[in-house]
Design a protein around this ligand. Sequence first.
Ligand SMILES: Cc1cc2nc3c(=O)[nH]c(=O)nc-3n(C[C@H](O)[C@H](O)[C@H](O)COP(=O)(O)O)c2cc1C
Length: 512
Amino acid sequence: MTRTVRISNDALALACGADHVAAAFAAAGCVVERVSSWGMHWLEPLAEIAGEGFGPLTADDVAAVLAGTSALGIGAIAAHPFIARQQRFTFARAGQTRPLSLDDYAAHGGWAGLDAARRIGPDGVIGEVTRSGLRGRGGAGFPAGIKWTTVAKAPAARKYVVCNADEGDSATFADRMVMEGDPFGLIEGMAIAAHAVGAQMGYIYVRSEYPHAIATLRGALDLAAPIIAPFRIEVRVGAGSYVCGEETALLNSLEGRRGEVRAKPPLPAIEGLFGQPTVVNNVLTLAAVPWIMAHGSAAYAAVGYGRSRGTMPIQLAGNVRYGGLFEAGFGMTLGELVMEIGGGTASGRPVHAVQVGGPLGAYHTPADFHLPFDYESFAAADGLIGHAGITVFDDSADMSAQARFAMQFCAVESCGKCTPCRIGSTRGVEVIDRIRARSGRGADPVESLPQMHNARKGGRSLAEDITLLEDLCETMKFGSLCALGGFTPYPVLSALRNFPQDFGLPAAAAAE
Ligand SMILES: Cc1cc2nc3c(=O)[nH]c(=O)nc-3n(C[C@H](O)[C@H](O)[C@H](O)COP(=O)(O)O)c2cc1C
């Protein structure tokens, strides 16, 4: 009997050797189907045979799997606790469909949302999206219904839908998994948005570091063109700048200009791409829309926590035992996510810090494990959930080095348009270096600078440097043009507040 084996062709699975495993199964006479990833990254390459999972596999394991003697079986994949505990709306098809198969997509509920949208018309769609409570998944959590209403009402002959697929945050890969694994889901969401606001043209702005996503999207757009017509979508490839994920810098980049942030107002919803009203939404925001249209806003809004409705594809990464994509309704605690779902650190050492929300997110300690995962709870705790990337660190991490990294990241990635971000971040690195050098961490930059700079150091105490750093962070927070400079203080000050000993301060300073 010929057996069918499903193996993911997601970039992570490929990096782990999925092609070799697939070739070994094919050589053994199996029919191999390349599907999207289930998102259990520690098990990739994962093979599925009649619903049973085996992983992580190498080509050498294939014979034992087929002989029924492999110790790498995990039982029924759908019953695995990592999958069974999830509530998958956006990732409902993950692991189960071939990314470029229109048949698979239609057989798993594809296009039902677009059909419903066309039936109820633009106002009906905007009403449904508004009532669902869907908020932007790119970071800011702005209500999608309000944005779409603004674009729909703006008087203009040309309007655009732009999908933000820059996905620059550390520890994030959910956008990539949608684009590589379920590209029609994103295309359907964009087509629904275009129908709602009256847009004729759409662009997907993807980072160049995602070559597999780019190729899959292009293939999917060719196949879906007749279905979404007369709406058209093109893929545009960025050049690797973090700040080009900021929506106005992204629009500049799309127009062929420097990726510099624009002052707001005007909002992109009023004056966006080529000066026309534009919906700019994240991949996950748009990919959530088909489910809402197919199942109704009430079903979506029934899930979630507080003002954060629906589900969030949470990404577990860093030093974590079970890394991967975990979609759940808002409201699970940070502790549940890190310790129960993620299984604690991969190194087996104690969890020391957890950064939530990418490189501009705060460093939390296990004392914050009670926090429900939602926009408001994290904001109230001086943090943010951003694009829902969670990076775990064990107790070998030096948190003053992490604070320095945050400042340096800002300095490197700054578009340079505003002073607090451009110069503040460079001065911030210097101040942190001085603080660190006092406790023997890193080199003292001032000692190696010319006389003039050296004089500046004259007599400044550790306490004065800490105050200087805090003042600088305040200036960046309130004076920057966008959240790159504006949010860099989150990782810096949370590291200082939560891990004072790593800055050469007494641990008791944490309580202050
Ligand atoms: C420095 C910076 C980088 C950003 N990077 C991204 C990104 O990679 N992807 C994204 O969707 N939003 C990113 N954003 C947020 C966007 O500016 C914008 O809020 C988002 O695309 C709106 O879509 P949403 O409402 O669906 O979240 C970034 C913002 C800043 C300030």
